[in-house]
Design a protein around this ligand. Structure first.
Ligand SMILES: [Mg+2]
Length: 265
């Protein structure tokens, strides 16, 4: 049996626009006196209104460049803080050092504000919120082409309501069986998701290919004996591609996804 499990954000769904909008909304509440706020808000509004001008801005590009170094909602706040202070962050170590300067309460407040801002955005106008999420070109078709010969699963830290709404929006609702969509309730670590998946399908870890856009998630699951593949189209940069290669993980790109993910056909 061949099983392909995929992370959601940065693998199945390009949520970079939504994340930027929500991150700025939360930052505006957390740091109302920030000198960057006026510019960030202009960029946020462009993103929220479907514009593309913000993509050329150095602040948005620097934000995207730092995203792979974080893991949780509070990291978006820390990242915006880094842009504000102009601190040079070149690698994980430098990021972790900068992160450690933040008080626990600051991080917790930002985490809460981020999820509140997201809920508000979704409740205010659901279709506008859905529109902030973009498909990765060709991916839905690639997966659908293998739905008959591969068990396709989702392993994500997102909530299932959002995941189901977005799969529908992205034209992938029919690709995954309902019992193979594992959300944040399944566990914090991707290893939890993969253990549940293995048990549910009565399979072996060696039957499973797991695709994530974070190298550290791949490192966790690789220890189980799962085949790790980095989604090179997701939230990562040349820095993470080099790291993945040093760990001997394969990297799939949108043009090679079919060949790399479904190897052995
Ligand atoms: Mg991801």
């Amino acid at each position: 049996m061949r099983i392909l499990a995929l992370d959601f954000d940065g693998v199945l769904c390009d949520s970079s626009r939504e994340v930027f909008v929500v991150a700025v909304d939360a930052y505006a509440l957390q740091e109302p006196g920030s000198p960057l706020l006026r510019r960030l808000t202009e960029l946020r509004d462009d993103a929220a209104n479907g514009g593309n001008d913000h993509l050329d801005d150095h602040l948005v590009q620097a934000f995207a460049d730092l995203l792979p170094l974080g893991n949780r909602a509070e990291d978006f706040g820390v990242t915006l803080r880094a842009l504000e202070t102009g601190v040079a962050i070149v690698d994980q170590e430098a990021y972790d050092r900068f992160y450690a300067n933040h008080e626990r309460v600051w991080l917790e407040d930002y985490h809460r504000l981020f999820y509140e801002a997201r809920s508000r955005l979704r409740a205010d106008d659901l279709s506008a919120w859905l529109n902030l999420h973009l498909p990765y070109p060709g991916l839905a078709e690639t997966l659908r082409g293998h739905a008959a010969d591969t068990k396709l699963a989702v392993a994500t830290a997102k909530d299932s309501r959002s995941v189901n709404l977005l799969l529908e929006e992205l034209g992938m609702a029919d690709v995954f069986g309902a019992d193979l969509i594992m959300d944040k309730e399944t566990g914090v670590e991707k290893t939890h998701h993969l253990r549940v998946l293995r048990d549910r399908l009565d399979a072996d870890f060696s039957d499973i290919t797991f695709v994530d856009d974070k190298v550290n998630h791949l490192e966790q699951v690789a220890r189980l004996g799962v085949r790790p593949v980095l989604a090179g189209w997701g939230f990562n940069t040349h820095r993470e591609h080099t790291l993945a290669r040093s760990l001997e993980y394969e990297i799939a790109f949108l043009g090679t996804a079919d060949a790399v993910l479904f190897k052995g056909d």
